[in-house]
Write a protein that binds this ligand. Sequence first.
Ligand code: IMP
Ligand code: MG
Length: 198
Amino acid sequence: MAKTPIDALGPPELLRDIAHVLLTPEQIQQRVVELGAEISEAYQGKDLLIIGVLRGVIFFVADLARAITIPASVDFMSISRYGPSERTRGVVRLIKDLEEPIEGRHVLFVEDIIDTGFTLSYILNILRTRHPASLKVCALLDKQSFRLIDLPIAFRGFQIEDHFVVGYGLDYKQRYRNLPFIGVLKPEVYAPPPATPN
Ligand code: IMP
Ligand code: MG
């Protein structure tokens, strides 16, 4: 298949903020299909419940759930994180809880990206108190270099370098989610150069 030029991959006002494409739509889809097959085999004959945290993960969950070839339910929760900076947002608050009980069910918690691990650790602690039959993590992207809390990831899409990435659900200030690829955001977009003294 011919390679898609980047200017065909989204609106110009978003593309100009992208330093480079990290994962093309084709690379993402291929890996999602592989993950779906792995998950289907691992949960054969089990009551599988996929849980995601809104909003970024809906793109990944939608594709992953369709790549899973055994019956599975899907549920979502929503949280907010507060803190002085993007990376020290230690306080997590549950905004929307699950619709379904998870006791006795095989829960697969699906994340778009794991960075420090704070968010995941908070959510896993909540889910554990509800006694699922099992609880495992599937993450599309793993930024292992900045992990502060060590967590086992049963199904991993890609391990990536410590860049700020957007697209395929991932945002910066709610933008870029609808790009079909995953790209590295130009640093000047989130860290404007310091004002020059006059
Ligand atoms: P953690 O709690 O530090 O692991 O952060 C995980 C959350 O931070 C993810 O669910 C994302 O919402 C956000 N995040 C971390 N890194 C990135 C990134 O490179 N791009 C977009 N969002 C990110
Ligand atoms: Mg997220």
